[in-house]
Write a protein that binds this ligand. Structure first.
Ligand code: NAD
Length: 385
């Protein structure tokens, strides 16, 4: 199997899909790897690093695409690039299949298989392939550092000859992977941290990091599905959580919001009144910006200031830590890729494997993952979408 690594073309993207340490292992296992010249530069990997790991390096992007059995990407390739892939080739990357399903149509037309890292089942067996968690870990860490550099305060309690500086107060809304990392990072910097999540199970994890878990009575409703994910709440239950968040945000120096429900728009956790009730100089980092944001003032991809409160809404924080993000992502991709290697090192798409089938958006000109299939199905005649 020929694994190709293109240079990422999306503005601001600094990651590369396979880092040299992972390339070395793939080559040792008998695969051939080709990297586009400069593919790893922004992540801190030179062409010589790829060559030393056993990859070939080429300046010819069109030839790299045409020769790929498997194209390992961070972001999905542009339609013009998909058209250069051969029929039967496969692509792995963050393809945004649920947010932008039409982006899969060029794959259907070209007969190219699309595996999306967002669709990898979050099962125990697929844990090593969980790129969403890897990137959320980085985002949670970087969110706190971003805020620290914008805040007019320090984080730790300091007792100096000039007097005492109290610790910063941090509120984290949504204690999933990103939220827990934000809590851990803020705690390491010395802040007092509170956190809220609809899932009661998150309480124990929050407390184990030395933060206080904010509990609210949601009326005994079910807040998570069988997979452990939050479900969409009723307006009444959402309001109870929002009221609690507003009360604690009014006293916070930093609020990191991460609340998301898979496949849905992010819930509103801080309405206009809640943001207006915060202290001037306070900072919000909204990590739910890619799915619409958790605050009434979030402008995805922009920073804005409302009555002295700064609202940061970054869309791709993982790309701002490109070396570690690339290394972790590469290991996730390589773990998945091993499921695709058949006898003699050939590419095999075994749709009887639940992880392969779950992650497969389209194969052989047809949608595979049922959620993708539903989104790509033609609307019934007369119906509007
Ligand atoms: P996510 O990014 O979808 O959501 C972030 C957090 O927001 C979640 O904790 C969610 O409960 C919370 N949330 C949603 N609506 C909310 C609301 N109205 N108010 C407050 N909080 C709200 O989640 P994630 O970080 O990807 O992970 C969520 C779950 O998946 C967790 O249970 C986690 O342990 C589990 N998980 C499992 C695996 C695995 O088994 N391989 C891997 C990663 C995560």
């Amino acid at each position: 199997m020929n694994v190709s690594i293109p240079k990422e073309m999306r503005p601001g993207e600094r990651r590369v899909a396979l880092a040299p340490d992972t390339v070395r292992k793939l080559v040792a296992s008998g695969l051939s790897v080709v990297a586009e010249a400069g593919a790893g530069l922004e992540a801190g990997f030179s062409d010589a690093d790829f060559t030393a790991a056993g990859a070939a390096v080429t300046l010819d992007r069109a030839a790299l695409l045409a020769g790929a059995d498997l194209l390992a990407c961070v972001n999905g390739p542009e339609p013009a690039d998909v058209a250069l892939l051969r029929k039967g080739a496969a692509v792995i990357g963050f393809l945004r299949p649920l947010d932008e399903p039409d982006g899969l149509r060029p794959f259907l037309e070209a007969g190219v298989t699309a595996f999306s890292m967002e669709l990898v089942p979050r099962s125990t067996r697929a844990q090593a392939m969980d790129a969403l968690s890897s990137m959320a870990t980085i985002a949670g860490y970087k969110a706190v550092l971003l805020a620290a550099s914008r805040m007019p305060k320090m984080f730790p309690l300091l007792m100096t000859a000039a007097g005492t500086v109290p610790p910063a107060k941090v509120l984290v809304v949504g204690a999933g992977v990103a939220g827990l990392m934000a809590i851990a990072t803020a705690r390491r910097l010395g802040a007092n941290v509170e956190a809220y999540d609809v899932r009661q199970a998150a309480g124990e994890e929050v407390r184990s990091l030395g933060a206080r878990f904010l509990d609210v009575d949601l009326g005994g409703i079910q807040t998570q599905d069988a997979g452990g994910y939050a479900v969409e709440l009723s307006p009444e239950a959402l309001k109870r959580g929002r009221d609690l968040v507003a009360k604690h945000a009014s006293d916070a120096d930093l609020v990191v919001t991460t609340a998301q429900v898979p496949g849905r728009k992010a819930p509103l956790m801080l309405d206009e009144a809640a943001v207006n009730g915060m202290k001037p100089g306070a900072v919000i980092v909204d990590l739910a910006a890619p799915t619409g944001g958790n605050t009434a003032y979030t402008q995805p991809g922009e920073n804005n200031v409302v009555r002295g409160v700064t609202i940061l809404a970054p869309l791709n924080l993982a790309a701002t830590v490109p070396l570690h993000a690339s290394q972790l992502y590469a290991r996730n991709v390589a773990a998945f890729l091993r499921l695709l290697v058949g006898e003699g090192g050939t590419l095999v798409v075994n749709l009887n494997d639940d992880v392969v089938a779950g992650a497969c958006a389209v194969h052989d000109g047809k949608p595979v993952n049922p959620r993708v299939a539903a989104l790509l199905a033609p609307a019934p005649s007369g119906a509007t979408r």
